[in-house]
Design a protein around this ligand. Structure first.
Ligand SMILES: Nc1ncnc2c1ncn2[C@@H]1O[C@H](COP(=O)(O)OP(=O)(O)OP(=O)(O)O)[C@@H](O)[C@H]1O
Ligand SMILES: [Mg+2]
Length: 348
């Protein structure tokens, strides 16, 4: 675990930023609320611990990542405005997001509603899609890195920060962050791609829906092993009122092998949204009637007609598109979500 370096004295300035207060201590350093006198706006300044600041390899990665993230400019990602060095420590200046984190919400509510979880997953998935298309992997998707603004709109934060700390891992000095949301491939130190973030987003959604992450373990190593070896308990064992299809969706997003997982976060988000709205029932029905997946793909207009194989009946309780990614030219049906949802829950 990182060595604690809680600030005993709040600095008056970090770079040109006037510090107003200490907000929180995170895994890699302290977060301050500050004011940027140049553009007269409130910002959040994260001051990384010395541990992360002295290694030149960390600095180089940090700067490269900060630039890449700044170039992303996605509306669901907390923007990084600036970075620099304060008394030998690296700092990152980002938008101040005032409404607390998803971790706070799970703590306060015990669990979050399916509708809220589907909404936040959908937004984070859009951010991940944009990043993954540019080869950027977040690596530390967790409820503490999802921040809400004062209108309850969620944003993904700390893009690239985990990557900066990886140079430290390579020296064997420390293990990365909390292992609760680590993908199996991360836990094993394998090369990763965007599907690692897809898994972590699945763990976040599972945690939010059930009130607990899928695995409990005494230490980081045991937790990492669980991600690699132990199948996650079926989500309906913990939340029986969810429809049967939810088990298939979470089996797929939490698959140990990335090849068995949803290829993109948006596909997972779409399935979750369909469960929340009740639209899954219609999708299943149209599959049984031989119509295939009647919805457009999550982020591109579809042009390819559905392959025959996609039209078979679905005995697994899994949405047809949770098993295979099919395309269709049919229009998305319009339904009344509340009604369809009730019908589905009763049936299952
Ligand atoms: N941009 C921001 N605006 C407002 N508050 C923030 C911002 N970034 C972080 N915080 C607050 O600071 C806390 C600590 O954040 P920090 O990112 O340092 O730690 P963490 O997310 O718990 O762990 P990690 O270091 O792995 O990201 C957050 O839980 C949040 O309350
Ligand atoms: Mg964070």
């Amino acid at each position: 675990m990182p060595v604690s370096s809680t600030v005993h004295e709040v600095p008056r300035y970090i770079g040109r930023y006037e510090i107003e207060r200490h907000e929180a201590e995170g895994g890699m350093g302290d977060v301050f609320v500050a004011r940027d006198p140049r553009v007269k706006r409130r910002v959040a300044v994260k001051l990384l611990k010395k541990l992360y600041s002295t290694d030149p390899a960390v600095r180089r990665r940090f700067e490269a990542e900060a630039e890449a993230v700044a170039a992303l400019e996605h509306e669901a990602i907390v923007p990084v405005y600036d970075f620099g060095e304060h008394e030998g420590m690296l700092y990152i200046v980002m938008r101040y997001v005032s409404g607390g984190t998803m971790r706070d919400r799970i703590k306060a509510q015990g669990r979050m509603s399916l509708r809220d979880v589907a909404a936040v997953t959908d937004r984070v998935a859009e951010a991940l899609l944009a990043a993954h298309e540019r080869g950027l992997i977040h690596r530390d998707i967790k409820p503490a890195n999802i921040l809400y603004d004062d209108r309850e709109i969620p944003y993904l934060s700390d893009f690239g920060v985990a990557k900066a700390s990886e140079a430290i891992d390579e020296t064997g000095t420390m293990m990365l962050g909390t292992p609760q949301y680590l993908s199996p491939e991360q836990a094993q130190g394998h090369d990763i791609d965007g599907r690692s973030d897809v898994y972590s987003l699945g763990v976040v959604a599972y945690h939010a829906l059930t009130g607990a992450p899928p695995f409990e373990a005494r230490n980081a190593m045991a937790m990492a092993m669980a991600h690699v070896m132990t199948p996650a308990p079926k989500i309906r064992e913990r939340v029986p009122e969810l429809p049967k299809v939810a088990d298939g969706v979470f089996d797929r997003v939490l698959a140990k092998d990335p090849a068995d997982r949803y290829p993109t976060a948006t596909r997972f988000a779409r399935d979750l949204k369909d469960i929340a709205s009740g639209r899954w029932y219609l999708v299943k029905l149209s599959s049984k009637l031989g119509l295939g997946d009647t919805r457009p793909p999550p982020s591109a207009p579809r042009r390819v007609p559905p392959p025959k194989a996609a039209a078979g009946p679905d005995d697994s309780g899994t949405l047809p598109y949770a098993q295979r990614d099919t395309e269709s030219t049919l229009q998305e049906p319009v339904i009344r979500p509340g009604r369809a949802r009730r019908a589905k829950v009763e049936e299952d």
